[in-house]
Design a protein around this ligand. Structure first.
Ligand code: ZN
Length: 369
């Protein structure tokens, strides 16, 4: 295994090219993972085509580059200083790379690393290229290296394809953790049926959230979400034209919900975000993990009067990922709802066709070597 097949993007807007490249060598604290499934999130198409014009402050790796965010596979080699993992372990690789030496990392606050970078996706600062250089291969290839502290073990009852969906489920999990959402909580999910919204619903069911309210556009899909826990989930189609806050408050005796989780798709109006915030109770938390990109007007006086916290949250810690695996192992996180669409690595560009996501968040597109 000296060389491997890898897809690399050479120019923005052009198809990725399949190439034979040397298999990367794990550094002493890294492992080498044989990729079994690489998740494709709908936003990857945006990253590959529009990202630098939409968000110039979020750099892509220097081209040519390998992409692919959510990797699940087998460890086939361990660096000499790796502890607690061995060959044959089934792992999900949290793609959030951290530097280990900035003030945030040294304060055990690695999610706020100044060099935080998504391997195989994009970075958050000017030094992200250093992280891309350290981990040049991600998921759309046969093998990739990963730091030992980014590994999440996959339980026996979770398939590689299901684990390749951990990214957006984990993003939702972290939002629910920040909202302290659990037994006794009522939450409202904006964009219930998308990749993030379905992840939020699955995690909320698993964490014991008492009442899960949500809206989305597609009526058939929202009924499908409701059927996952009919006694605990209440849904509203956006085109019903109801006042969302009044609708949601009616389930709480008028007090309002404990948290809103915004999972809206890129291009959605920020108005929907503020409409949901009005559903919060006094002291409630609004957590945004969605894709609203436009500048959004917020009713900051009402939010001050009502002690509303607005929290921007992205991605999740490796500990969150391990907690999700524990939930799945215990049967609390049901990953059986996904319809997998497997695209061979040799046909990788086909995985970027948005029409594959024909059932919204229920569709799980994975590239398989
Ligand atoms: Zn750092």
């Amino acid at each position: 295994m000296d060389t491997m097949l890898a897809a690399r993007l050479h120019r923005t807007g052009q198809p990725m090219k399949l190439e034979r490249v040397p298999v990367p060598k794990p550094r002493p604290t890294d492992v080498l993972v044989a990729v079994k499934a690489c998740g494709v999130v709908p936003n990857l198409m945006n990253v590959l085509t529009h990202w630098q014009s939409w968000f110039p402050e979020l750099p892509l790796p220097k081209l040519p580059a390998n992409f692919g965010l959510d990797v699940a596979g087998d460890i086939v080699e361990v660096g000499e200083l790796v502890q607690n993992f061995r060959k044959g372990d089934r792992v999900y690789v949290n793609p959030g790379l951290t530097c280990g030496s900035c003030p945030a990392c040294r304060a055990d606050d690695t999610m706020n690393c100044t060099n935080y970078t998504f391997r195989g996706y994009f970075g958050f600062g000017p030094d992200s290229q250093k992280q891309f250089d350290a981990y040049p291969f991600a998921g759309m290839c046969e093998y990739s290296t990963a730091p030992q502290h980014n590994l999440v073990t996959i339980p026996d009852n979770v398939t590689y394809e299901q684990a390749a969906r951990y990214g957006y489920i984990g993003t939702a999990y972290a939002a629910l953790r920040k909202a302290n959402a659990g037994a006794g909580s009522t939450i409202f999910i904006n964009g219930l049926t998308g990749t993030l919204g379905l992840g939020a619903t699955l995690c909320a069911i698993g964490r014991g959230v008492t009442k899960i309210l949500g809206t989305a556009r597609d009526r058939a899909r929202i009924e499908r979400v409701k059927a996952m826990a009919p006694g605990r989930i209440e849904v509203l189609a956006q085109d019903e034209g109801k006042n969302v806050a009044e609708w949601a408050r009616a389930f709480t005796g008028g007090h309002g919900v404990d948290a809103t989780i915004d999972c809206l798709a890129p291009g959605t109006s920020g108005k929907f975000l503020m409409d949901a915030i009005y559903a919060l109770r006094r002291g409630g938390k609004a957590i945004n993990i969605g894709g609203v990109g436009e500048k959004t007007v917020m009713d900051v006086h009402w939010m001050m009067d009502n002690q509303i916290e607005f929290i921007g949250s992205n991605w999740f810690t490796t500990a969150d990922g391990q907690a999700m695996s524990a939930m799945a192992a215990a049967g609390l996180l049901d990953l059986s709802v996904f319809e997998h669409v497997r695209v061979p690595l040799a046909e990788v560009n086909r995985a970027l066709d948005g029409s594959l996501f024909r059932n919204g968040g229920f569709t799980n597109v994975v590239v398989v070597p």
